[in-house]
Design a protein around this ligand. Structure first.
Ligand code: PLP
Length: 234
């Protein structure tokens, strides 16, 4: 068994353990393997170990992997910041986008989604813990953005995504994830029928699942530490 396969088993065990404690079904929590900075070969190893959903932060890098692995039935999620000049590549290559925080980006994705593809699945990124320079809409603006996005053709609004700052401990992590869950419930109470709450990474996936996450985005615990410098020209 490869290390990636072993790591995946371990992450799945972590999900199962916390779901059991919380009386949730493990199938309610989708595992997204975040493969940014890792080569197509690592993605292929994870696929052989049963993983089909992958997350990428950097558009150019992600598109290269998507094209290199076209022969595999993989689902690709864009989880990084998107500049206007990159929306076309995203709309043409990815299955999901978690990082929509402006209507303009959603409109471009909608216009540029090729007609022969399924609607692009969208999560709105929310800045729940109020980090000053962070991506994401503030919670008060999430409902209005969601109500505008849901009307766009070629997109399917699925839910919310959040990336809180690293928390001091599990209790603090739980608290901020619960704020995202509350917002998710508020939007659903307005009739938006969202099914995806994308939150939780290697360090805080247990807290996120306790708070109600339906999709955890895990990189380090599957692929190991990232050594390549972060490409900023996303
Ligand atoms: C890198 C990244 C992850 C994965 O983080 P790990 O701590 O390596 O699990 C998840 N979500 C986003 C948006 C990321 O950029």
């Amino acid at each position: 068994m490869t290390t990636i396969a072993e790591n995946l088993n371990h992450v799945r065990d972590r999900i199962t353990t916390v779901c059991t404690q919380e009386h949730r079904k493990p199938q309610e929590v989708i595992l997204l393997a975040v493969s940014k900075t890792f080569a197509a070969d690592a993605v292929q190893q994870a696929y052989v170990a049963g993983q089909t959903a992958f997350g990428e932060n950097y558009i150019q890098e992600g598109v290269q992997k998507i094209q290199a692995l076209r022969h595999l039935p993989l689902q690709w999620h864009c989880i990084g910041p998107i500049q206007s000049n990159k929306t076309k590549q995203v709309a043409e290559n990815f299955d999901w986008v978690h990082s929509v925080d402006r209507l303009k980006i959603a409109q471009r994705l909608s216009e540029q989604r090729p007609a022969h593809l399924q609607p692009l699945n969208i999560c709105i990124q929310v800045n729940v813990d109020g980090g000053a320079n962070k991506a994401g809409v503030v919670p008060q603006e999430a409902l209005a953005l969601a109500q505008a996005v849901v009307k766009l053709p070629h997109l399917r609004l699925r839910g919310l995504m959040s990336i809180p700052e690293p928390a001091a401990d599990d209790d603090a992590a739980l608290k901020v994830h619960r704020q995202a869950k509350e917002l998710f419930d508020v939007l659903n109470a307005q009739g938006l029928a969202l099914d995806t709450l994308s939150m939780g990474m290697t360090a805080d996936m247990e807290a996120a699942i306790r708070a109600g996450s339906t999709m955890v985005r895990v990189g380090t615990a599957i692929f190991g530490g990232r050594v390549k410098p972060i490409v900023t020209s996303a």
